[in-house]
Design a protein around this ligand. Structure first.
Ligand code: 13P
Length: 146
């Protein structure tokens, strides 16, 4: 399964880095469906001249949770989330929840530019034969609860 949809998220001190990186790689992003948290998405639209980016709510207003829900529903194949390791965020529980859901559903996650570059240039990005292992939660969902 090639990567078809990507969620792009960055905290304020990392937004320029994310926007610059996406701009430098515009051709690789051209065929991808892009989702973004609200403010990140607005900046991406302004800088890339792409108006097809699906902008969700701003992260602290529920955007991180919206992206998490889309991951759980299988709508997002890759998460690029440049979170800020130097500044506390008011919505820290939402950030943790988003990273947890991405780990749970086994989607690739890039939290910095170096990792994002590795992923974006990976042959798996366009390989329809490559099937990332879908987690099997049947023993959890079918557990007996009295
Ligand atoms: O806070 C964020 C991620 O946790 C990002 O949200 P914005 O893109 O709306 O700034």
């Amino acid at each position: 399964m090639a990567v078809k949809s990507v969620a792009l998220v960055a905290h304020d001190n990392k937004k320029k880095e994310l926007v610059d990186w996406v701009a430098e790689n515009q051709t690789r992003f051209a065929s991808l469906r892009l989702y973004a948290s609200g403010t990140t998405g607005r900046l991406l639209k302004e800088n890339l001249g792409r108006d097809d980016i699906v902008c969700l709510l701003s992260g602290p207003l529920g955007g991180d949770q919206q992206i998490g829900a889309k991951i759980a529903e299988g709508e997002i194949d890759l998460l690029v989330f440049f979170w800020d390791p130097l500044e506390p965020q008011p919505h820290d529980p939402d950030i943790k929840a988003l990273l947890r859901i991405a780990a749970l559903w086994n989607i690739p996650v890039a939290c910095n530019r170096a990792t994002a570059e590795f992923i974006l240039t990976s042959a798996y990005m366009t390989d329809d034969q490559h099937q990332p292992k879908k987690p099997d939660f049947s023993s959890y969902t079918g557990r007996s609860v009295s």
